[in-house]
Design a protein around this ligand. Structure first.
Ligand SMILES: Nc1nc2c(ncn2[C@@H]2O[C@H](COP(=O)(O)OP(=O)(O)OP(=O)(O)O)[C@@H](O)[C@H]2O)c(=O)[nH]1
Length: 491
C-alpha cells in the first residue's frame, strides 16, 4: 500500500499536539516544520510544499476553536482539506464526445504502463458501461507492445486494430479510426509509442497523431514511483501535447507519494485514474479527498464499501446474512465468504482502509499469510458434506480425521472450529443491528471481536469501537460521515 512513510511522518508530526489543550505559536511552528519535512521527504515538489505550508499555517493560526475539535484534530482537518485541494478537490471523469466514438489517446514514457492502462481502462468501460471499445496499436518501435495489446484484447474480448511494425503510426491511426467508424465502436484507445525520455521525434509523432485523431482525451500515463521525475515528465508532455488528464500507475509500489501530491499543483492537469497493481482490474478513479484521508491514516471507508459492493455478490451476501441471522451459517457459506474476501485483494490493504487502522502497531506487524487461508480451506475441504452443513457433528474422532485429511495439527483444527462457532454466535447477534448488508459483510470479514478463523485478531480493535473511536479515528469517522453524505448527494 502506498504512502506508508508519509502517513507515519504526518501522524507523528501531529501527535505532539494531541495532548495539548491550547496550541502556542511555538507548537504550531514545530508541527508545521515536521509536516514540511514529511512532505519534502515524500518527494513532493518544493514549491508546492511551500505554498501548502503557508496556507495551512495561516488557517491554523486564524482558527483556534473549531467545532469542538481538539488542536490535533483541527490541524488534521485543515491538512486534510488542503491536501485534497492540492490534488484537485473533485474526481474528474473521463471526457466523453457527444458523438461516437470518443477518442482517447495515450501518451507516456516507455514502461510507464501505457499498454497495461489501455487494457484496464477499456475493460472498465466495457464492464461498467457496456462500452464497445477498439484498441489501436500504434507503438511500432517496441514490437512486443503490439503483441502485448493483442493479447490483452484477446483475453478481454476487446478488438485490437494493428498493422504490424512496418506501417507509419500516423497511417495506422487513420485506418484504425476508419475501422472504428465502420464498426461503430463507441470508444477508441490509441496506444502510442514511448521512449526512455522525451525527445523531439517522439513528440513530433505524438503531435501529428493528435492532429489526425482529434482526441477527446489525451491521457498521460506516469509512473508514480519515479517521484519528481514523473512531475517533470508530465510538464514536458503537457507543454507539447496539452494533455487533458493523467493516469498515475504503480501507486501500489509508491511508498512516498510525491508524484500523486504534486502533479495537479504543478501541471494544473487532473489525475483521473490510478493504477494500483498489475491485474486488469487494478485501476481506480482518483478521488483527491479519499487519497488525502488515506495519506493521513484516516482510512478510506468509501473505497472499501465500493470494493465490497463490486466484489461481493449481492444475492449471495443477502443469503449469507439471512443464515447468520437464523444461526444456520455453515462451513459451505464460510468457504464462499473466504473466497469473496480473497477476491478483494491483500487483507493488509483492506484493513488499512478502515479509519484509524493504517498506523495501528498491531496491523503493522501483522503478516497475513495467504497460506493461512489455504490451510483453513484444506480443513473445510476435508469435511464431509454433512459435517459442513452441521458443524455440531464434529466430535474428537472426526476432528482427528480432518487433521489427517488436511495435513494440519489437531490443535489447529480445534482452534479453527472454535473460532468459527464463536463467530457464528456473535454474527447472529450482530445481524439484528441496523447495518446495511455491505457493512455487515465487511464487519464479518474483518474478524470483529472474537475473530473469524484465519483472520488476524487485532488487539485494541474490540469491534470497530476501541482504537477507532478515539483520537484521530474519531475525527475520521466524522469526516467519513460528511463524505458519505456528500457522495450520496453527488449520485
Ligand atoms: N505494480 C504495478 N505494475 C504496473 C502497473 N501498471 C503497469 N504495471 C507494469 O509495468 C510494466 C510496464 O507496463 P507496460 O504497459 O508494458 O508499459 P508501456 O508504458 O506500455 O511501455 P511501452 O509500450 O514500452 O511504452 C508491466 O510489467 C506492467 O505490468 C500498476 O499500476 N502497478
Amino acid at each position: 500500500m502506498a504512502f506508508e512513510g508519509l502517513t507515519e511522518r504526518l501522524q507523528k508530526a501531529i501527535s505532539g499536539l494531541r495532548r495539548k489543550g491550547k496550541v502556542t505559536d511555538a507548537d504550531l511552528r514545530e508541527t508545521m516544520r515536521e509536516i514540511r519535512l514529511a512532505l519534502l521527504e515524500a518527494d513532493v515538489n518544493f514549491e508546492v510544499v511551500k505554498t501548502f505550508i503557508k496556507t495551512v499555517r495561516d488557517r491554523a493560526a486564524g482558527t483556534n476553536i473549531l467545532e469542538g475539535l481538539n488542536p490535533a484534530q483541527q490541524i488534521v482537518k485543515i491538512v486534510d482539506e488542503e491536501l485534497t485541494k492540492m490534488m484537485g478537490e473533485e474526481a474528474v471523469p473521463l471526457n466523453k464526445s457527444p458523438k461516437v466514438p470518443t477518442v482517447i489517446m495515450m501518451a507516456g514514457l516507455q514502461g510507464a504502463g501505457k499498454t497495461t492502462t489501455v487494457g484496464k481502462l477499456a475493460l472498465k468501460l466495457k464492464n461498467e458501461q457496456k462500452a464497445r471499445p477498439l484498441l489501436i496499436a500504434a507503438d511500432i518501435y517496441r514490437p512486443a507492445a503490439i503483441d502485448q495489446l493483442a493479447k490483452l484484447g484477446h483475453d478481454m474480448e476487446i478488438p485490437v486494430f494493428s498493422m504490424g511494425t512496418d506501417v507509419n503510426p500516423r497511417e495506422i491511426v487513420k485506418q484504425g479510426l476508419a475501422q472504428a467508424a465502420e464498426n461503430k465502436n463507441d470508444y477508441v484507445f490509441i496506444d502510442t509509442a514511448g521512449r526512455l525520455q522525451i525527445d523531439e521525434l517522439l513528440m513530433d509523432e505524438l503531435a501529428d497523431i493528435k492532429t489526425i485523431a482529434q482526441p477527446d482525451e489525451i491521457l498521460l500515463v506516469i509512473d508514480a514511483m519515479t517521484g519528481q521525475n514523473a512531475v517533470q515528465t508530465a510538464q514536458g508532455f503537457d507543454q507539447r501535447l496539452d494533455v487533458s488528464g493523467v493516469v498515475l500507475t504503480k501507486l501500489d509500489g509508491d511508498t512516498r507519494g510525491g508524484a500523486a501530491l504534486s502533479i495537479r499543483a504543478v501541471t494544473g492537469k487532473p489525475i483521473k485514474f490510478v493504477g494500483q497493481g498489475e491485474k486488469m482490474t487494478d485501476l481506480d478513479v482518483f478521488y483527491p479527498d479519499r487519497m488525502s484521508s488515506r495519506i493521513l491514516g484516516m482510512g478510506d471507508m468509501l473505497t472499501l464499501i465500493e470494493k465490497a459492493q463490486r466484489d461481493f455478490d449481492e444475492k449471495q451476501a443477502e443469503e449469507q446474512m439471512q443464515k447468520m441471522k437464523e444461526n444456520t451459517f455453515d462451513f459451505n457459506d464460510f468457504i464462499e465468504q473466504l473466497n469473496q474476501v480473497q477476491n478483494m485483494g491483500p487483507l493488509e490493504d483492506i484493513m488499512k482502509m478502515i479509519p484509524g487502522m493504517a498506523n495501528n502497531p498491531a496491523l503493522k506487524n501483522m503478516n497475513v499469510d495467504p497460506k493461512d487461508l489455504e490451510h483453513i480451506k484444506a480443513i473445510v475441504f476435508s469435511m464431509t458434506p454433512a459435517e459442513r452443513e452441521n458443524p455440531d457433528l464434529l466430535n474428537p474422532s472426526r476432528r482427528r480425521r480432518l487433521a489427517a485429511g488436511s495435513g494440519r495439527p489437531v490443535v489447529e483444527v480445534n482452534r479453527m472450529i472454535k473460532q468459527f462457532m464463536e463467530m457464528k454466535k456473535m454474527m447472529s447477534g450482530l445481524m439484528n443491528g441496523k447495518m446495511s448488508p455491505q457493512m455487515q459483510n465487511m464487519m464479518n470479514m474483518m474478524g470483529q471481536g472474537g475473530g473469524m478463523p484465519g483472520m488476524p485478531n487485532i488487539p485494541g480493535m474490540g469491534g470497530l469501537g476501541g482504537k477507532v473511536a478515539n483520537g484521530l479515528g474519531n475525527l475520521a469517522m466524522k469526516q467519513m460521515a460528511r463524505k458519505l453524505k456528500k457522495a450520496k448527494k453527488r449520485r
